[in-house]
Design a binder for this molecule. Sequence first.
Ligand code: PBG
Length: 324
Amino acid sequence: MNIRPRINRWTAARRDLLFGDSVLTSLVQPHFVVHGVGVDEPIRGMPGIHQQSVDVLLKTVEEDASHGVRAVMLFGVVDAEHKDEHATHAHEASSHLHQAVLKLKAAHGEDLVVMTDVCLCTATDHGHCGLVHEGEIVNDASVEVLVNIALSHAEAGADYVCASDMMDGRVSAIRTAFEGAGYTNTGLMSYSVKYASSFYGPFRHAAHSSPEFGDRATHQMDVRSGYAEAVLEATMDEAEGADIIMVKPGLPYLDVLRKVADTVARPVAVYNVSGEYAMIMNATDDEASRQRMVVEVLTAFKRAGADVVVTYHARDAARNGWVQ
Ligand code: PBG
């Protein structure tokens, strides 16, 4: 089986996230998890968003959850000394990212949807999303590493592993590996329609994942590509067994989001990325103006067909009661 519709129904928190009729339950808060204890480091360009060690993260998620944010997306930030050309640290069960998943699930169980980023870029010494052979980002060998990362996150207890790498064939490879290993209720969210966007700058700083050379143009989608390419990527991932299909970034691609939402039968997510967040945070210091902008943006995502909205604004929107 490569499609198990029950995965999206497995817990009440998953059902609320995907099928609930409120904006609040559709939000996912991203987090940058770092090694150490007591670390709570503000991120340049992303006011209000911090790199946090597991102990601090647990408190933040607890507080967010009390305001109704019941889904998180975790990015493991890897120290320079742990990076290598094989992205080994990304699938080490002892890593702080894996500890974060374990502890969040132990604390919140089925009341929290824990999503994990599956990519190589935070753990490779060259910062690319795949393995590099003779200056090129290779596909199939990278997929093998992605499968190992996904398996390790499933083992830690993630609700959804989220493949953000854009290698070909990784959805079916991860799904097949999950079936083989008995992870039959672990979900897979695919960054299916992910553009080689210039809006990821603050994130790459936060995640220490900027490429040391070259760019991501050979795997992420060309911003000039049309609907056919978006539909191709989305329908391939749907057929390969993705439980959630994502479009990323959000605001410059609302038309693509609508197209994908009208095309696939699976829930659709949108990622309101770091550069989009920075634009709004830099636009004004006036709280009321910011509230109106955030609510307008979230409303646009829902109107364009997003079931799930991954956004750094989730915390503010929930804590201040901007959305219900
Ligand atoms: C990892 C990844 C990126 C983002 C999410 N996962 C960066 C990239 O592709 O370079 C960007 C998220 C954001 O900008 O908020 N591949």
